[in-house]
Design a protein around this ligand. Structure first.
Ligand code: GLY
Length: 295
């Protein structure tokens, strides 16, 4: 098992229940989402004598599932992986769909592969202690998924997320529905050659903002989901100002940022290097209306 040190106690409980034979704590977060961490996990697997029928269980948020997924895909040319996501972002997005990856020289997810998890175990009670901004980060991905796939679930999610007290049971249902939408898209296009691009709504701007903040050493950077929320508004502004206005209102009500925090021309170098690009053009996923997305 590989787990985020921040959830050591919870990971210990899971390890006991699953009969885990060896475990490695790592520090989650973008700073450790690199090939060195992947090498560390592979060394850990070697030290355990893990062979090709081993299963690597990852407990933590998106950066943990991303590095563990890549290590599992590479170790001895591939072993099985399974996830216990502990953040809203990983419950909605990162743990599902088989994408893994690490950053390279400040560029997000530049090295990675596809490996579908054997299973994902979701326990919404983990979220009760999640820091507010981490929760909001996942909330943005939840809203993104409904903006891609279902207008009435989008409105329902805004209602749940904008209340001062979260209805956890209702949120759990919504997360399950978002996962179903994501998996429908992934099953139609597992290797991200077309339809799956829709899941990158807001991400061209988001990755550029994250790259910019990393380059500048910004002290209190936006979370991934906060950057995605801003990116979705930017994308909507490109084709439907009235939709952009509605999304601004909704996202603010949920506690998400909506304004581009840096001049567009300073974000351009990162957008030009985005791995979604092709044929020398920057590729955006556009939202014309809810559930009307082009790429
Ligand atoms: N997070 C986007 C995807 O899984 O394709």
């Amino acid at each position: 098992m590989v787990y985020d040190r921040k959830v050591q106690e919870y990971a210990g409980k899971i390890a006991g229940e699953c009969g885990v034979t060896a475990s490695l704590g790592i520090d989650a977060g973008e700073a450790g989402k690199n090939l060195e961490t992947v090498a560390g996990i592979c060394r850990f697997l070697m030290s355990c004598g893990a062979d090709r029928d081993a299963l690597l269980l990852a407990v933590g948020g998106g950066t943990v599932t991303d590095v563990a997924g890549l290590a599992a895909a590479l170790y001895k040319r591939g072993i099985s992986v399974a996830f216990v996501p502990t953040t809203l972002l990983s419950m909605v997005d990162a743990a599902y769909g088989g994408k893994n990856g690490v950053n390279l020289d400040c560029y997000k997810n530049m090295v990675g592969t596809f490996l579908q998890p054997e299973f994902v175990y979701r326990d919404i009670s983990c979220l009760a202690t999640l820091p507010r901004r981490e929760f909001l980060s996942g909330a943005a991905e939840l809203l993104k998924t409904f903006l891609i796939g279902d207008a009435s679930l989008y409105a329902e999610a805004v209602d749940v997320l904008s209340r001062p007290d979260i209805d956890w049971r209702h949120l759990d249902e919504l997360v399950g529905q978002a996962v179903a939408i994501k998996l429908r898209i992934v099953n139609a296009d597992p290797y991200d050659n077309g339809e799956r691009h829709k899941l990158n709504l807001g991400h061209t701007f988001a990755h550029a903002i994250e790259w910019y903040e990393h380059q500048r050493g910004v002290e209190c950077p936006l979370t991934h989901g906060e950057a995605v929320a801003i990116g979705i508004i930017q994308s909507a502004s490109l084709c439907n100002e009235s939709l952009a206005g509605r999304l601004r209102f909704d996202f603010r009500a949920c506690g998400l940022p909506v304004d581009l925090p840096y001049p567009l021309d300073e974000l351009m170098p990162a957008m030009e290097n985005d791995k979604k690009n092709g044929e020398g053009e920057i590729r955006f996923v556009l939202i014309h209306d809810i559930a009307d997305i082009t790429y």
